[in-house]
Ligand binder design. Structure first.
Ligand SMILES: CC(C)(COP(=O)(O)OP(=O)(O)OC[C@H]1O[C@@H](n2cnc3c(N)ncnc32)[C@H](O)[C@@H]1OP(=O)(O)O)[C@@H](O)C(=O)NCCC(=O)NCCS
Length: 303
């Protein structure tokens, strides 16, 4: 009953079960655009060498992770979606997961991460039975634009583009952020886990991975915010990584950075995600009106 995915997967009915922005933008006339977003996700994943399997009621999608593979020195892939038409229906869950793991092993994947909606308990348990470990739960938050709240003015604060001479300070600030799923996996060396954020800020500063804005306070770098501008048919700006230098935390600098990202011209919606445990970030985002619209568990499986 299982089919390896090909481009006809874009017509699979299960895609309608997990429309990324549907609960943030609920207008019925946007249903087609939401479905289009999931179809593009399937197309992009397959075009990037991804794979997956479908059954009549479900579709499982895995993408290779070339950056992670180079950084960790082990082949990495991500089971980014398990679309289930009806989570109570008897989908061929075990067969789907075993097919995905078999294919991952055949391709030499060492670390397979997996993202599941927090309601997908059966899939969570099926992965746990196969040795996967829960390493994070992330909340997806968002708001329509323009923002209705404004950040408090901070004397001496300037939000600007990054400069080459910022690099050391940006990396030092990024290194203070330890809450990532790699730090929670004892098989990942701490120095490699730390390097995820320092490499990310460098790539964003150089325009290789989204864009970066820098908060400068009294002439010194005090924080940054990396974001992906609207594009690919979706008017959505996504905040990826942000951090404020420890001496400057609690002064609402983060809000000024987020507001500057929100001014991205083509965007109608601002979204981000963070660990459910990151209450400081969630409180700062909430002040700007970003509210939860989804939550996903993240698991690691060493094959
Ligand atoms: C989360 C973070 C970006 C917030 O930036 P900020 O400019 O300090 O934000 P705010 O001043 O609005 O404070 C937000 C919350 O941080 C917490 N906070 C306040 N002062 C703090 C301090 N000195 N040290 C640590 N946290 C503090 C509080 O919970 C505060 O919320 P509250 O005022 O409602 O209680 C910053 O704390 C940080 O860089 N943390 C580490 C990196 C991180 O978690 N990044 C987010 C990933 S997307």
């Amino acid at each position: 009953m299982l089919q390896p995915l090909d481009t006809t997967a874009v017509d699979h009915p299960a895609l309608e079960a997990d429309l990324e922005y549907a609960s943030l933008l609920r207008e019925p006339e946007l249903a087609g655009a939401h479905l289009g977003g999931e179809r593009r996700r399937v197309e992009r994943t397959l075009a990037a060498g991804g794979w997956g399997f479908s059954s009549p009621h479900a579709l499982l999608l895995v993408r290779p992770m070339p950056w992670d593979t180079a950084h960790f020195g082990v082949s990495c892939a991500d089971l980014l979606r398990l679309y289930e038409l009806d989570e109570t229906a008897p989908i061929e869950l075990d067969a789907l997961i075993d097919a995905a793991l078999g294919e991952a092993r055949r391709r030499g994947v060492g670390l397979l991460s997996a993202r599941l909606g927090v309601h997908q308990a059966r899939a969570l348990h099926a992965l746990e039975r196969r040795g996967f470990l829960l390493v994070d739960t992330s909340i997806e938050i968002g708001t329509r634009l323009p923002l209705t709240a404004a950040p408090p003015p901070v004397a001496g604060l300037q939000i600007r583009a990054p400069r080459g001479e910022d690099q050391r300070e940006l990396e030092a600030i990024a290194a203070t952020f330890r809450a990532n799923r790699f730090h929670r996996d004892s098989r990942v060396p701490a120095e490699r886990a730390r390097g995820v954020y320092t490499s990310w800020v460098t790539a964003a500063a150089e325009g290789r991975h989204g864009r970066l804005l820098v908060a400068e306070l009294d002439g010194r770098v005090a924080g940054f915010c990396a974001y992906v501008p609207a594009g690919d048919g979706e008017p959505v700006v996504t905040i990826g990584l942000a951090a404020i230098a420890p001496p400057h935390r609690g002064r609402r600098l983060f809000e000024s950075l987020v507001c500057a990202c929100a001014e991205e011209a083509a965007a109608r919606v601002l979204v981000s995600s963070t660990q459910v445990s990151n209450t400081a970030t969630l409180r700062a985002f909430a002040r700007l009106g970003l509210l939860p619209y989804n939550a996903r568990h993240v698991l690691h499986g060493w094959l």
